[in-house]
Ligand binder design. Structure first.
Ligand SMILES: [Zn+2]
Ligand SMILES: [Zn+2]
Length: 697
């Protein structure tokens, strides 16, 4: 007599075994029509799965009208679609061997072994998609059947696909008591695959799909193992979603910061210099410097003091902070005093002896700094502090070096040397909330100026396993409450994640969505009880006694490299005027106005505006195109009449026509206002109020 409890708390009783489908039908025929699977006691299962005992049931539905589908529904649809794709490929290419076909966050893949002589080509996608479509049109049921381990293995041995046999053996090793197959249609009649499931009830429930791409992969992901072909596809509840997804991918490709960075000459990564080491070229250096100035200006307003510290520090410093030897896998190897090294090598010291001696502090050396904190701590500790001096806020655009695995390195978002927008605050317990609020305020101002209004905050709190955390529980309670209070006052969406705190204190992460809706994790704010203890930091309290300060690490934008990488994609390279490497380009219509164009340029240049003249012997249309390709915000076209009237014809990036002629002084004045206000006041508003569309073309 199973009693089924639904998510809203209502229950339904059954006399005999039931199923999610049965329950859905009992609620309404409409619900049964959109249900494609279920979670029974939290486990994702087929809609037809028998339920023998009391259970909690949540139906998984796929409704065409929904803007966003249930991730469970997408997972069922995508994995089921992987079966359909495998069947279609096998129909066209009977000699292949299928390996493994899971769902992904954005689609699915199937690893397949093709013969060397006859590899798959993307030219065949259309033909495969046609076959898939006919399988979907036939609306065949996914039929599950089970065999005992022995029967199942015997069947697979007979079929002779070593990959499937291996899958089965692995499943048995991890505890499977039987082996399951899913036939796409009827058992013994239609195509089938060894699979644990679950799937949608029938092929007709796949809304929209597409084969995306092929890549090479290795069996078990091991490079010396069999070479396989990974065929990627994606599927959605309805075609509108698929179209939106494809459009987003297309946009993302156009915005890729590696491509845009190259086209606009923003940065260069050179194999001869080293992987993951960014060379900022002149245009990119302008963006970085402007952004850095902006952040520094805001920090100054908030009472931070700027410091500079060297790129290396003694190993002993990092032994004390705990960064060495514990994190040495993610660090460049230490630099050893050359005389000491020579003496040890003369003595025949082996590499492993050397590294042991370094770890135990028997050899002194230096480390490229993986963090700025120890240096800032030593600045704090270099003079006595009274409670009246606190908080001490030390800021540095500090460059740090980490040894990322080479496979993870790419563009600006994962690098081996980067500059953090770092600062450390040393304060009293009762100042933590205000300091965190200050950090959040800063983030808010900077995101707002950059037009990044879609962001959220994640608050990482202690988990139940309390012995892994440093510091007193009552302090933690206070710090967590301070973080919570500060985050709640920010007026942006936020979540609490239990167990996501660092061992030394609670933390706040920032996740920003760019204009095409992709989330990017930027930096963090972390409260730290650990390092003040390790370095025995103190201040003298009102009572004249020594007290322990709390430390806050904050690098809300992560690193300049990563942040600018995200900004390049956010703006697709079309930076706002104040950030743009080249702000204005003057385009003389012909040689006759070159002198006037130069004069316009010189005047602006003297005022600190980043400007150039295009004196190429080209038609002005070609000059306009070049300037548009470089995403320059303003183009000033000057002909003989402009020269005579001392005016300029203004074009703005993203608008296809001239905005009209303006008196030169008037334009310069408006442009300076726009730059100095970082876009708060615009040339358009001031000079061309009729132009509404400021959309990027
Ligand atoms: Zn399956
Ligand atoms: Zn730090």
């Amino acid at each position: 007599m199973p009693i089924i409890t639904l998510p809203d708390g209502t229950t339904r009783s059954y006399d005999t075994t039931t199923s999610p489908l049965q329950v859905a039908q009992d609620i309404s025929e409409g619900l049964a029509n959109v249900a494609i699977g279920a979670r029974v006691n939290g486990e994702l299962v087929d809609l037809s799965t028998p339920i023998h005992e009391d259970a909690e049931l949540k139906l998984v539905t796929a409704r065409k009208g929904e803007k966003e589908s249930d991730p469970d529904a997408l997972m069922l649809i995508r994995h089921s679609c992987a079966h359909i794709m495998a069947e279609a490929i096998q129909k066209i290419r009977p000699n292949i061997e299928l390996v493994y076909g899971p769902a992904l966050d954005n689609g699915f893949y199937y690893d397949i072994s093709f013969t060397k002589e006859d590899p798959l080509s993307s030219d065949e996608f259309e033909e495969i998609e046609q076959v898939m479509k006919s399988i979907i049109d036939e609306d065949r049921p996914f039929t599950r059947y089970e065999l005992t381990v022995d029967e199942g293995l015997a069947k697979l041995e007979k079929e002779g696909n070593k990959y499937k046999l291996d899958n089965a053996k692995r499943a048995i090793e991890s505890g499977s008591k039987e082996l399951t197959w899913y036939a796409t249609g009827e058992k013994d009649t239609n195509w089938e695959d060894l699979c644990r499931g679950p799937h949608v009830p029938s092929t007709g429930r796949i809304g929209a799909f597409k084969i995306m791409t092929i890549a090479s992969s290795y069996w078990h992901g091991e490079a010396n193992s069999d070479n396989l072909t990974r065929v990627y596809g994606t599927a959605f509840v309805h075609s509108k979603q698929l179209k939106a997804h494809l459009k987003q991918l297309e946009e993302a490709k156009e915005r890729d910061h590696r491509t845009v960075g190259k086209n606009l000459g923003l940065f260069h990564i050179d194999e001869q210099v080293g992987q993951g080491l960014v060379l900022w070229t002149p245009n990119g250096a302008v963006v970085r410097q402007e952004l850095q100035n902006f952040i520094a200006q805001q920090l100054q307003l908030q009472g931070y003091s700027q410091v500079f510290t060297p790129h290396i520090g003694k190993l002993d410093l990092y032994r004390m902070s705990g960064h060495y030897p514990y994190y040495q896998d993610s660090q460049y190897p230490p630099l050893i005093d050359p005389d000491q090294l020579k003496r040890l090598s003369d003595e025949g010291c082996s590499c492993s002896e050397l590294s042991n001696m370094m770890a135990h502090g028997e050899i002194e050396g230096y480390l490229l700094k993986p963090m700025n904190c120890p240096h800032h701590i030593r600045i704090y500790a270099s003079s006595p502090h009274s409670y009246r001096d606190l908080p001490v806020r030390l800021a540095e655009f500090g460059t740090v070096y980490r040894w990322e695995q080479s496979g993870e390195i790419g563009g600006l978002t994962r690098v081996r040397g980067f500059t953090q927008d770092d600062a450390h605050i040393f304060c009293m317990e009762n100042q933590v909330a205000d300091e965190i609020r200050g950090c959040l305020e800063l983030v808010k101002i900077i995101f707002a100026t950059l037009g990044m209004n879609d962001y959220r905050v994640r608050l990482g709190l202690r988990g139940p396993n309390s012995d892994k955390y440093v510091g007193e529980s009552s302090n933690w309670d206070k710090a967590e409450e301070a973080c919570r209070e500060a985050v709640a006052s920010l007026d942006v969406p936020w979540t609490e994640d239990t167990g996501e705190a660092a061992f030394y204190g609670p933390k706040i992460d920032f996740i920003v969505n760019d204009v095409i809706g992709r989330p990017w994790q930027l930096g963090t704010i972390q409260v730290d009880y650990n390092l003040p203890i390790r370095f025995d930091l103190t201040y003298i309290g009102k009572d004249g006694a020594k007290h322990r300060p709390v430390m806050i690490h904050r690098a809300p934008f992560g690193s300049m490299e990563r942040f600018i990488g995200v900004l390049i994609e956010h703006f697709a390279g079309a930076f706002p005027t104040w950030l743009a490497p080249e702000q204005v380009r003057v385009l003389p219509i012909s040689e006759k106005t070159n002198d006037y164009a130069q004069e316009v340029c010189d005047r602006m240049h003297a005022l600190g505006i980043r400007v150039s003249v295009d004196k190429n012997d080209e038609r002005v249309q070609a000059k306009i195109r070049d300037a548009a390709n470089m995403k320059i915000p303003w183009q000033l076209i000057v002909g003989p009449r402009d020269a005579e009237a001392r005016q300029v014809s203004v074009r703005m990036r993203g608008i296809r026509h001239d905005l009209g002629a303006l008196d030169l002084d008037q334009f310069i004045d408006a442009l300076q206002t726009e730059i100095n206000s970082r876009g708060k006041e615009s040339v358009i508003e001031k000079c061309f109020p009729d132009v509404e569309s400021m959309q990027e073309a």
